[in-house]
Design a protein. Sequence first.
Length: 85
Amino acid sequence: KVRDLILANRVPAPARVGAVSPVDVAVPAGPTGCDPGQTSFFQVLQIPTKIVKGQIEITNMVNLVKKGDKVGSSEAALLQKLNIR
């Protein structure tokens, strides 16, 4: 009974480095709000981007972390920058 109550009140949390992902994590296409100086960060993760109106825009949706995989430092940093939980 207590377990059900706890599971019902779960909230998404930011990914931590080395943690195993409980779900698939996808980064949606669209503007990121990041300045053009950070394009190398996206290139390291092989995420297709373009610069539109002075900010980086992701051109295609990308599956960043699969369920059961460990979260790397680059992936965790990107998810934090994009505020994806």
